[in-house]
Write a protein that binds this ligand. Structure first.
Ligand code: ATP
Ligand code: MG
Length: 548
């Protein structure tokens, strides 16, 4: 596996060398308001791999300070996804577990004259805030006495006020060039029960206030976040200093990961689920980690993909086919390569004995001898891919079956197509062929060269299978941040279902097993499989479909 290497690693190295920190401590702080997506994988892998590189530690901390959107379902999903990626946090903490200490720190700031209770409404506050080019104005409530602020804040906590009626704000500088420093909100009133705290609290701390304190409580040394928090760092440091935190963490920002044709914001993913445009958060077309897992991507492929994208202080957009490339690298020598026919057409081999089924040797993976062999069935009736047959051979390049043309059925016999039956629309329904017993695979027959090798599945032992093939959910490039109606830009053909067959050896295939179907691509068994029918998702093709 690739080793992590980036500018944050250099910072950590220097901090250790200069004795600024004794050990590296990082944290991954998701908000449990949705499932994790591949963008989060960058944050996860960066935090865990960097700490690991220095024998440090990484906490999982649920940033659950906004009860409006958070839910236990997401907490469990995040824990599962992290474990699946192969990371075990040193501790699992919840931001809400620090509500008491956080409250005490707010009281400390009030006592120091550095926080006040404001009665301005949300709209008024934003009017008072000023703009990038104009300073803000002080709130008329800014000069309340410490005693009054302490009393009002306690009353806020005790539920005396309605939502929006009062806000606790830091008293910094309403004309500060950085708008985040213009008396940012620290606590708001929300009469909403919390998924862990129940109705104990009706005031909730804002991210900018809670986060640095949580980092400090946990002894985090390097607090890594994405670039949009860049101009919040000054406030982060202000809270750490003025709350007199004994442990001083530092914030570092890195660029966000975007992927072409991929929607990556939780808000949009949630909208897709709510509008039932997808099967759920784990729909194989979703960029969520549970969706990618169901699609057949492996933890190693995701990790190598993330590491290969590097890390810098610039947001980056990566081509989605690069993830496919990592999947192929991972599974090439690991996955069994069975036969599957996705769009079947039946071939009847007229000169093969009726009622007979024979078994032939077939390597599990031609490129990996240790994986051994298995037996595949052959008989008078087999399925081949519709696209492997054409009535009249069009040119020399056609290396598949056609009338009067002989091909090798891989690991079985040579067959020659002699005629075909058609339905009233002119579609071929059955191909009649003959086989040559002398050409049995393994017999050393070398008198003729067939016009290509095609795969097949024996009909009487074939397992009916629903193949789900996917295209990107979005029609065009990733435009996350543009607030166009993205529902309009959804690809109407992102899911294509084929009903075909896989060979008998997949009879007991379990959900999540990866296969490379011969001449086709990488696939994984889906949880929708039933006793009578397999459901198999296509992860990606055998070769990059990317064209320059
Ligand atoms: P979104 O913007 O998708 O709603 P978020 O940033 O609000 O996500 P959090 O749960 O707060 O989601 O994210 C946890 C961590 O993951 C944060 O540190 C965040 O910066 C990081 N993160 C989220 N998306 C990406 C991304 N696309 N690239 C890199 N890091 C990301
Ligand atoms: Mg966030």
């Amino acid at each position: 596996m690739a080793e992590i290497n980036n500018f944050i690693k250099t910072i950590m190295q220097n901090d250790l060398a200069e004795g600024k920190v004794e050990a590296i401590a990082t944290r991954f702080p998701p908000e449990p308001n949705a499932y994790l997506h591949i963008g989060h994988a960058r944050a996860i892998i960066t935090n865990f791999e960097l700490a690991k590189a220095f024998n440090g530690s990484t906490n999982l901390r649920f940033d659950d300070t906004n009860p409006a959107k958070e839910d236990q379902e997401f907490v469990e999903g995040i824990i599962e996804d992290l474990a699946w990626l192969g990371y075990k946090p040193n501790n699992v903490f919840y931001g809400s577990d620090y509500f008491e200490e956080t409250y005490d720190k707010a009281v400390l700031l009030i006592k120091k004259g550095l926080a006040y209770v404001d009665d301005l409404s949300q709209e008024e506050m934003s009017k008072y805030r000023g703009t990038l080019v104009e300073p803000g104005k002080n709130s008329p409530y800014r000069d309340r006495s410490v005693e009054e602020n302490l009393k009002l804040f306690e009353e806020m906590k005790n539920g005396k006020y309605k939502e929006g009626e009062k806000t606790l704000r830091a008293k910094i500088d309403m004309s500060h060039p950085n708008i985040n420093m213009r008396d940012p909100a620290m606590y708001r009133i929300l009469h909403i029960p919390h998924h862990r705290q129940g109705t104990k609290w009706c005031i909730y701390p804002m991210y900018d206030f809670a986060h640095p304190l949580q980092d400090s409580f946990e002894g985090i040394t390097h607090s890594l976040c994405s670039l949009e928090y860049d101009n919040h760092r000054i406030l982060y440091d202000w809270f750490i200093e003025n709350c007199e935190m004994p442990h001083v963490p530092h914030q570092y920002e890195f660029g966000r990961l975007n992927i072409t044709n991929t929607i990556m914001s939780k808000r949009y993913l949630r909208a897709l689920v709510d509008a039932k445009k997808v099967m759920g958060y784990d729909d194989p077309r979703m960029p969520t980690l549970c969706g990618l897992r169901r699609r057949g991507f492996t933890p190693d492929a995701i990790r190598n993909f993330i590491l290969s994208t590097g890390l810098s202080r610039i947001n980056s957009t990566v081509e989605s086919f690069q993830l496919d490339e990592e999947l192929r690298n991972d599974l090439k020598l690991k996955a069994i390569r069975p036969n599957a026919v996705i769009d079947p057409i039946k071939v009847i081999i007229d000169n093969y004995p009726e009622g007979q089924v024979e078994y032939l040797d077939c390597p599990n993976n031609q490129e990996c001898e240790e994986m051994g062999n298995r037996k595949i069935a052959f008989s008078r009736e087999v399925y081949i891919e519709r696209e492997d047959f054409i009535e009249e051979k069009p040119n020399k390049k056609w290396k598949r079956l056609a009338l009067g043309v002989e091909v090798r059925l891989m690991h079985a016999y040579f067959i020659t197509a002699v005629s075909c039956e058609k339905d009233s629309n002119g579609n071929v329904t059955v191909i009649h062929a003959t086989y040559d017993p002398a050409t049995r695979s393994g017999s050393g027959f070398d008198e003729r060269k067939p016009n290509g090798n095609i795969h097949f599945v024996e009909a009487s032992t074939a397992i009916p299978t629903e193949f789900r093939l996917f295209e990107p959910l979005m029609l065009d490039e990733n435009e996350d941040n543009k607030d166009l109606d993205f529902m309009e830009r959804l690809n109407p053909n992102s899911l294509n279902i084929f009903n075909g067959y896989v060979e008998e050896s997949l009879k007991d295939a379990s959900v999540g097993t990866h296969y490379q179907f011969v001449r086709n691509g990488y696939y994984v068994v889906d949880k929708d499989s039933t006793n009578g029918k397999l459901v198999i998702n296509r992860t990606c093709g055998l070769k990059s479909s990317f064209k320059l």
